[in-house]
Design a protein around this ligand. Structure first.
Ligand code: NDP
Ligand code: MG
Length: 385
């Protein structure tokens, strides 16, 4: 069946690349959504002619309505608008590329509307993984990974029909701009240094997450939900060149890896065209010109966010939602110049210690409340020192 897309977060790094894939494959786009970047939305509306566009910010939505009054497009706003874009009848696939926990409700809405989900928004799975996977299964909806590591694992698993054959998932991590640094060296790093990622050009939040290695921690939790594996079955290896995007070890000891140049259009396109593979204009991998590929053990004592996420996954319940919410708030404080770099990881741990254990997560409201509490905790703790 031809794909008809709704792209949430269309003005972001992933969203723009998803639209370039849609342009190349000439796929119809029925809905777009963003927070407030209406000048780019206007350009996208004029090119892709969606029926519906959600602008989260109410005032920006009003301005956009005026700017595109000559187009046959409905402009909506707020969470209700975002969910309307996620459930638009004409689309059969929702590509969720908004940043942060705000993506949870539209993901759930899209699942309930029976849409195939192409998921870049990892925070959704981290915070509400049990609910997302439970409802996706109940609705018979596929969650296709866009995150490059998870797309790699997903590709390595094609043809594997027995879960017991998988012994380990090995996620690769670039190590970010601060690989090999000590805690003392990280004490005074600046925002600019943290935003200087060696291999990928991405949105600000995920770039900071890569510098703290929180990103890899979130990806461990994301992998546990997507591939239904135990925390002990997920390992991380630092791979500086970002050529091997991740690996699966099978029970006979064989390891299958997926490789390619670091270009997000590849995993985006695979999620969109799955189960088919079609041509792309992504540059080809030339291993001889790569030279050496290197692999290292991650340093969890320095990059404490990685350990925090592993702990959150093992503890289960609302701990992942708490770790994620605390991190989102702490990263914003770091971007705003209010806390130093190393405080991000410390605050994630403190928020987790503050979170009471609950045995099971049964509702989205419960997740939203844990997220709210973690953010409030971080705001307050950051003010104290
Ligand atoms: P960006 O910051 O570049 O883009 C974020 C997008 O989300 C923008 O379109 C933004 O709109 C939109 N947005 C933010 N808040 C809202 C809201 N309340 N309602 C509607 N839209 C909103 O982020 P990235 O593209 O880098 O990342 C997006 C997601 O994909 C993240 O979860 C990230 O972890 C994941 N990811 C990203 C990768 C990458 O290479 N960039 C790789 C793997 C995963 P506006 O422009 O108006 O603010
Ligand atoms: Mg990734």
């Amino acid at each position: 069946m031809e794909k008809n897309l709704s792209i949430l977060g269309s003005t972001g790094s992933i969203g723009r690349q998803a639209l370039s894939v849609a342009r190349r494959l000439q796929l119809p786009v029925s809905a777009l959504a963003a927070h407030s970047n209406i000048s780019l939305l206007e350009t996208q509306i004029r090119e892709f002619r969606p029926q519906l566009v959600a602008v989260f910010d109410f005032d920006a939505a009003k301005q956009l309505k005026l700017a595109v009054s000559d187009c046959a497009v409905k402009i909506v706003s707020g969470m209700e608008g975002l969910c309307e874009a996620a459930t638009i009848p004409n689309a059969n696939m929702v590509l969720n590329a908004v940043v942060g926990m705000i993506g949870l409700q539209p993901t759930m809405a899209a699942i309930h509307a029976g849409k195939t989900i192409a998921l870049a928004n990892k925070e959704t799975l981290v915070a509400g993984g049990s609910l997302v996977m439970r409802d996706a299964q109940a609705q018979g909806v596929s969650i296709l990974p866009v995150d490059s590591e998870h797309s790699a694992v997903f590709q390595c698993l094609q043809g594997c029909h027995r879960p017991e054959e998988v012994s380990r998932i090995i996620l690769t991590a670039s190590g970010g701009p601060f690989f090999g640094k000590t805690k003392a060296e990280l004490e005074h790093v600046t925002l600019e240094q943290s935003l200087n990622h060696p291999n990928w050009s991405m949105g600000k939040k995920i770039t900071i997450d890569s510098a703290t290695m929180m990103n890899k921690g979130l990806e461990i939790i994301e992998a546990a939900w997507l591939f239904d594996v135990a925390p002990e079955q997920i390992d991380v290896v630092v791979h500086r060149e970002s050529i091997v995007h991740s690996m699966v070890e099978f029970r006979d000891g064989s390891v299958i890896a997926q490789m390619g140049v670091p270009d997000m259009r590849l995993p985006i396109q695979y999620a969109i065209t799955y189960p088919d593979r079609v041509r792309s204009d992504v540059p080809r991998l030339n291993l001889a010109s790569c030279g050496k590929l290197s692999f290292y053990q991650p340093d969890e004592e320095t990059f404490v966010c990685l350990k925090a996420c592993k702990t959150a996954l093992k503890r289960g319940g609302l701990f992942p939602a708490t770790a994620n919410g605390a991190n989102e708030a702490a990263v914003q404080l770091f971007i705003d110049g209010k806390i130093p770099f190393l405080r991000i990881g410390a605050l994630v741990w403190e928020a987790m210690e503050h979170q009471p254990a609950v045995s099971s997560v049964t509702s989205v409201d419960q997740v939203l409340e844990a997220d709210r509490a973690a953010r409030a905790f971080v705001q307050e703790a950051a003010q104290k020192n």
